[in-house]
Design a protein around this ligand. Structure first.
Ligand code: FES
Ligand code: FES
Length: 670
């Protein structure tokens, strides 16, 4: 028998388990988050006898007789101060890390109300924040210390809420105090748990699947195979991604799902999956796109291994390079990168009439609705997707990961189903920034004026298309960079392999090609004998100029001003690097792009209804500012609603930095 006090209440437990599931599942204290389950991220930080610990590491047997404090258990005064300070300093984005930060702050401020910034940095060293960059979190903790020290009252909100006016994050309080709901913090009556068995090999024929032993497990509710899926494909743009790999088919990467099992207890899911017997015929995987492009390479998809090609050609590149004084040629290998959002993927599917109700955390509820409806072969109106708080996305939550499996199991079993990734599953399964192989030649004249660039990009698509086509397109169209030269040739190919699929990620392909071009430019500057800053300033695009891809730079182009603003800092710091890039807002390249927003008056308040997902960027604040600016209403009269396909109109995906422009303009017009 273990005696543990949590937030002042005594509990007795006979079974041993980790402290984190005890707090979250047994006591419903969901401020402590599960970012990794293995002591690496700090999102589960709590106090034990006044010392901060990671709740995912300690077991109840180690805590017998001890006292635990979570954010739910701190004093009312502390709650008010931390909620105000984190909101006022803009320290909260997706919020997933914040309760852990608050506990680390408390462990510091309980002993030292006059901390230095260095003290604060040390106190939160074990807490990872993927969104904020830490500086504002440090500001929030220093402000909290000051308020405790001076016993300051909580200031009244006095902002007009208009564009450019200071207003704390409107979602800060629920995120700081842990009362806001992320999907994994939700439990539904009668809920079961599902998990997929993943392929043992990146490329193998599934010869046989035997379920008898797994089905005999007392907790097993159902095991689904490909035969149970009405339409066995998903895919953001190209429906090429198997929901489950069928017997006789060939796997394409280690994240492929073979069967989907449901259990009454999440603790027994792994045991049930271990009883599923799969016979594989292992095949040699294609892990290098150059190998996958060879004539005799096996086809990973029926149409072959080339997903897409892209060619950009302007001017006379070969002639311009031949006549240039300085020429630099290099090969760059840019690796795949994980988004590392702090909240691993989680979704709940709930039977709802003839369809399903989904609680999800993605970058577009309407994308989910479309893909789930297609998979279930039912009308989209039968699939209702409601977003909960999203613990970061960065492009990595655009594709199906857990949503379709939760929907499928709920639809078939007629029970509420939760599917949640462990951190390892998240790393293995969701899309990554595309790895690219880039051969690039960049040339300039004797004065350092750019003359031409010629490049070849091989993009590793991985096992499935996701957004491989558009990502390659942007990598090619933007390779030239924000410079004024008119000879550009880029030949791009996106190739299927047996690696983890590539997908959307901040920068969307441009990060990779920009890196290659900027590295070449640094070498050219050295050859010319001028500073990297001067080289860029000399070639910088100006309003009205033509970019290498033929686009005309708009009147608001300010690359020159940007460079001039950093000149002194750069030139006076021998270790500083410099690179140039331009950012768009919206899908671009002529793709239709629509924002939608409705305003509804409920009980004297304006409710903003738009499906624009907040993945931490603060869309609620942006929409509120639009309404305040346009109407002059006080911010206290405005409510921002979360996306729900049954209530909020489709405003497209939160991607391409587009929602401030599109959903924002729709809100302004509404
Ligand atoms: S450190 Fe405990 S969940 Fe990551
Ligand atoms: S706000 Fe820290 S991880 Fe998102």
């Amino acid at each position: 028998m273990y005696n543990i006090k949590v937030n002042g209440i005594e509990y007795q437990r006979e079974d041993d388990k980790k402290l984190l599931p005890f707090l979250r599942d047994d006591l419903g204290l969901t401020s402590a988050k599960d970012g990794c389950s293995e002591g690496a991220c700090g999102t589960c930080t709590v106090l034990v006898d006044g010392k901060k610990v990671r709740a995912c590491i300690f077991t109840l047997s180690k805590l017998d007789g001890k006292s635990v404090v979570t954010v739910e258990g701190i004093s009312d005064r502390e709650k008010e101060v931390y909620a105000y300070a984190f909101g006022d300093t803009g320290a909260v984005q997706c919020g997933f890390c914040i309760p852990g930060m608050v506990i680390s702050a408390k462990s510091l401020l309980d002993n030292n109300l006059e901390p230095t910034r260095a003290d604060v940095k040390k106190a939160i060293m074990g807490n990872i924040c993927r969104c904020t960059g830490y500086a504002k979190i440090e500001d929030a903790i220093l402000l909290s210390a000051k308020m405790f020290r001076e016993n300051s009252p909580i200031p009244e909100m006095s902002s007009s809420g208009k564009v450019g006016e200071h207003l704390g994050r409107i979602d800060a309080r629920e995120k700081v105090l842990g009362t806001g709901k992320y999907v994994d913090g939700i439990t539904v009556e009668g809920m079961i748990y599902a998990k997929a068995l993943r392929s043992k090999y990146p490329r193998a024929i599934v010869k046989d699947i035997r379920l008898d032993k797994a089905l005999a497990h007392p907790d097993c509710v159902r095991i689904l195979t490909a035969e149970d899926v009405p339409f066995n494909k998903t895919g953001h743009l190209v429906p090429d991604w198997d929901v489950l790999i069928a017997k006789g088919d060939t796997t394409r990467y280690i994240g492929d799902a073979i069967v989907l099992a449901a259990s009454t207890k999440k603790e027994t899911l792994d045991k049930i999956l271990s009883l599923v017997e799969v016979d594989y015929e292992e095949l040699t995987p294609l892990t290098n796109p150059l190998e996958a492009m060879k004539e005799d390479a096996p086809n990973l998809h029926p149409q072959g291994n080339i997903l897409s090609k892209q060619m950009i050609a302007r001017g006379n590149v070969d002639e311009a390079i031949k006549n240039s004084k300085y020429v630099v040629t290099n090969h760059y290998s840019v690796p795949m990168t994980d988004h590392a959002f702090m909240e691993p993927e989680c979704a709940i599917g709930i039977p709802n009439g003839d369809g399903v109700l989904m609680y999800t955390a993605s970058q577009s509820v309407y994308d989910e609705q479309r893909e789930i409806a297609r998979m279930l072969n039912i009308s989209p109106v039968l699939v209702r997707c409601q977003t909960k708080l999203v613990g970061g996305g960065f492009g990595g939550k655009e594709d199906m990961s857990v949503q379709h499996h939760a929907a499928l199991m709920a639809y078939i079993t007629k029970k509420p189903v939760k599917v949640k990734f462990s951190r390892q599953e998240s790393l293995n399964i969701h899309t990554k920034r595309h790895a690219m192989e880039i051969d690039i030649t960049t040339a300039c004249d004797e004065n350092g004026v750019l003359t031409a660039t010629k490049a070849m990009i091989i993009s590793d698509c991985g096992a499935y298309a996701s957004l491989g086509g558009p990502v390659l397109q942007r990598a090619c169209t933007h390779l030239g960079g924000p410079y004024n030269f008119q000879n550009l040739e880029v030949d791009g190919t996106c190739v299927y392999t047996n690696n983890v699929p590539g997908g959307a990620f901040r920068g969307f392909g441009v990060t990779q090609s920009c890196f290659a071009q900027e590295q070449n430019i640094n070498e050219l500057a050295e050859k010319v004998g001028i500073s990297p800053w001067e080289f860029r300033h000399k070639n910088a695009i100006r309003p009205g100029d033509e970019l290498p891809n033929g686009q005309i730079a708009g009147e608001d182009t300010a690359f020159v001003e940007c460079l001039e603003a950093v000149k002194d800092v750069f030139e006076s710091n021998p270790y500083a690097g410099i690179a140039g890039a331009m950012k768009n807002a919206g899908l671009g390249v002529g793709v239709p792009d629509v924002g939608r927003s409705n305003l509804k008056i409920v009980d004297g308040k304006v409710h903003i209804l738009t499906s624009a997902a907040c993945i931490g960027q603060g869309i609620g604040n942006v929409m509120l500012a639009m309404v305040c600016e346009t109407t002059g209403l006080d911010p206290s009269l405005i409510v921002h609603e979360l996306a729900d396909t049954a209530v909020t109109p489709n405003s497209g995906t939160t991607t391409a930095s587009r929602q401030t422009l599109f959903a924002g303009e729709a809100t302004r017009k509404a």
